[in-house]
Design a protein around this ligand. Structure first.
Ligand SMILES: [Zn+2]
Length: 460
């Protein structure tokens, strides 16, 4: 099977030019002006942008939580991602405290294997670091291609590890060639504030926000940077939301340390005023919470300063009936919001089409950087001869509206209901296959494959 994409404007993290792309099998075979080749199928990309398929390195599909699951499974989640131009996702396996990393991996594989439309990989969340876990780190890197290890500095008793475990894990991961990523918020401070608000009868979603002030994230981000510097491990902060935390990484830079930073689309576009809408604010209950306008400004600047390398989603949808579990107590609202489908189009519309970021920067933070940081480049994240043919053909001018009535995510509301967006994914190619054709799905469930990742390079 071969495919020719003609007349497109190719945008990568570095380049911007007009050329044709010839694909045979799963790979890009040739790029050039007016290619003279015979192909089984031709797509005319005149007036459209051709960009690398998006990589969302932070999603939670079919994630067990409080006796329920996040509402997108591997089929609906990866398919919704494809509709929005994201061809690869990295999901999180969560170790159960007292059990092994491999136990968790096999239960996650049971839900994901054979069920994905798009390509996928896993981070391993280490919630219980001990002698046994330490032995598994090298095995996961060498045998499973799982090279990033997520940690939590919050959620004591369920997910959190203490600083001693953190240092132990960092040393092990550094030695074996992996990366440590972190949910950096101060769990003890937050637990104290939650208990205080509950005891005072302050139970609405607004108090979810007020229980996690900026300092809880700034403090933990700084502490994480210090521990990473001490151990020398490649380090990455997930879903960084605020100016104070960003400044912690800026200070790390001033001692010649490199810490990778991911923010998520919602922290760039939405703010904490949404928590003032009574229980409707539960739609945006996530951790860390939405912040202030000044934090959005810091994050947009951080992208252009190269301090923020990745824009992800932390997609973790729950249906309204699930959110209602916390109707009388904000601390029981399942955390997370649906965004896997909208990241690319929202960032293009609000970033590129408003002039806040360049088209090259858009590709860098949605695809190339996540591929490089997480050991998938140049297989993924670029448009080059020999790379996987993961491409989107994008109309930068097409206007459309986001709504629960039209989205493909398995959730009965939209966090962006009624948003008018300029720029739309028209075609999506995944490993050479025409996966999405103007909104129509042309691949089968199970086409998505697990991507084994390379060891982490310290010189990304
Ligand atoms: Zn997350």
């Amino acid at each position: 099977m071969s495919l020719l994409i003609k007349n497109g404007r190719i945008i990568t993290a570095a380049d911007d030019y007009k050329a044709d792309i010839f694909i045979s099998g799963e790979k890009i075979q040739a790029i050039g002006e007016k290619l003279q080749v015979e192909a089984d199928q031709t797509i005319d990309a005149q007036d459209h942008l051709v960009m690398p398929g998006g990589i969302d390195p932070h999603v939670h599909l079919a994630m067990p939580f409080m006796g329920t699951y996040s509402s997108d499974d591997y089929a609906s989640g990866t398919l919704a991602a494809l509709h929005g131009g994201t061809t690869t996702v990295i999901d999180f396996v969560l170790q159960t405290q007292g059990k092994s990393l491999h136990d968790a991996l096999s239960s996650w594989k049971g839900r994901s294997d054979g069920n994905c439309y798009g390509d996928y990989s896993f981070h391993m969340a280490v919630t219980d670091f001990n002698e046994h876990t330490a032995k598994e780190v090298g095995q996961l890197i060498e045998e499973e291609g799982i090279t990033s290890f997520k940690t939590f500095m919050a959620y004591k008793g369920a997910l959190m590890i203490d600083d001693g475990q953190m240092i132990g894990l960092m040393k092990e991961v550094e030695e074996k060639g992996g990366m440590v990523t972190v949910h950096a918020t101060n769990g003890d401070m937050i637990d104290t504030l939650i208990a205080k608000h509950r005891s005072e009868g302050k139970l609405s979603p607004l108090y979810h926000y007020l229980s996690q002030p900026e300092i809880t994230e700034a403090e933990a981000s700084g502490r994480f940077c210090d521990m990473a510097d001490y151990t020398g491990v490649p380090a990455y902060i997930v879903h960084l939301t605020c100016e104070g935390a960003l400044n912690a990484t800026r200070r790390a830079g001033s001692r010649n340390q490199k810490v990778f930073v991911e923010t998520c689309i919602q922290y760039l576009l939405l703010d904490a005023s949404l928590y003032e809408k009574d229980f409707d604010g539960a739609k945006w209950v996530m951790s860390p919470p939405l912040r202030q306008k000044k934090d959005q400004k810091a994050l947009w600047s951080g992208i252009n300063q190269g301090l923020v390398q990745v824009v992800a989603t932390d997609h973790c949808p729950f249906k309204w009936a699930q959110k209602l579990m916390g109707k009388d107590d904000f601390s029981k609202i399942p955390n997370g919001h649906p965004a896997i489908e909208h990241r690319m189009e929202l960032l293009f519309s609000e970033g590129v089409n408003t002039g806040r970021i360049s088209p090259n920067k858009f590709v860098e933070v949605t695809s190339t950087n996540p591929a490089k940081i997480f050991g998938m480049h140049p297989k993924k994240g670029c448009i080059a001869v020999g790379s996987d043919a993961d491409l989107i053909i994008f109309d930068p001018h097409k206007e459309h509206m986001l709504s629960a009535d039209t989205h493909h995510m398995n959730v009965d509301y939209s966090a962006y209901e009624g948003w008018k967006v300029k720029g739309k994914c028209i075609h999506v190619i995944l490993r050479g296959k025409h996966a999405i054709d103007k909104g129509k799905v042309k691949i089968e469930k199970g086409y998505g494959s697990f991507i084994k990742r390379n060891k982490v390079s310290k010189v990304v």
